[in-house]
Design a protein. Structure first.
Length: 210
């Protein structure tokens, strides 16, 4: 568990250093035994110690004497409960993804790399107050057959088989968000067809193996 706690801290600090989230915003978790390890509530990531990382059972129980988990632990719990392939989750308030989310819009297939998130677009979950089950439900709805999404007036979330890949996906979502905003400044970008995106999605399954 010690190594996993250190890894959670590593990627929490990277939220700051890679400019995906500032100070205390965003959160990081990794599946562990019958639950998950998650960053604590209200802590500056630069000051985190292993003892600060909180274990939450898959039923949503935790020992308050050992720390309070991120206020958004519920959507981590619900993703782990509903997505067996999810082993690690990165949530951030990255600038460009958040900017798009404030319009309640997702990102269409303006670029084939959209497929890295698992589908032919990146959807945006409807806004709900942070830390609520309503927000979890909204997120799960748009994560159907997806590994990442935007969250209305909030930010983005990405999951994968480990923290390294989840973080990489979060960075890709932010990069695509930045490119999409720039494309919109020029005009209306061409959107790739569903047929083409299906080809890309098929190829993407072996993207890292080829």
């Amino acid at each position: 568990m010690k190594n996993l706690r250190s890894e959670v801290i590593k990627y929490a600090k990277m939220l700051n250093s890679r400019k995906l989230s500032a100070l205390r915003s965003g959160n990081v978790s990794v599946r562990y035994k019958d639950g998950f390890l998650i960053t604590p509530s209200g802590a500056k990531y630069s000051l985190l110690k292993n003892k600060d990382i909180v274990f939450v059972s898959i039923q949503g129980k935790f020992d308050k004497k050992k720390g309070i988990p991120s206020s958004e632990w519920k959507f981590h719990q619900d993703i782990y409960n509903n997505k067996t392939e999810a082993k690690a989750i990165i949530h951030s308030h990255s600038n460009c993804a958040t900017a798009i989310s404030t319009h309640g819009k997702g990102i269409p297939a303006f670029h084939y790399m959209i497929a890295m998130a698992g589908g032919n677009d990146i959807k945006c979950a409807k806004y709900a107050t942070y830390g609520t089950r309503e927000l979890s439900k909204n997120i799960l709805k748009v994560l159907k057959q997806r590994k990442a999404c935007l969250i209305g007036n909030h930010g983005q979330i990405a999951f994968s088989e480990n923290l390294s890949k989840a973080f990489e996906l979060a960075e890709e979502v932010e990069n695509l968000s930045n490119q999409y905003i720039k494309a919109l400044k020029i005009g209306k970008p061409k959107i790739l067809s569903s047929k083409e995106m299906n080809k890309v999605l098929s190829k993407a399954k072996n993207y890292k193996k080829g």
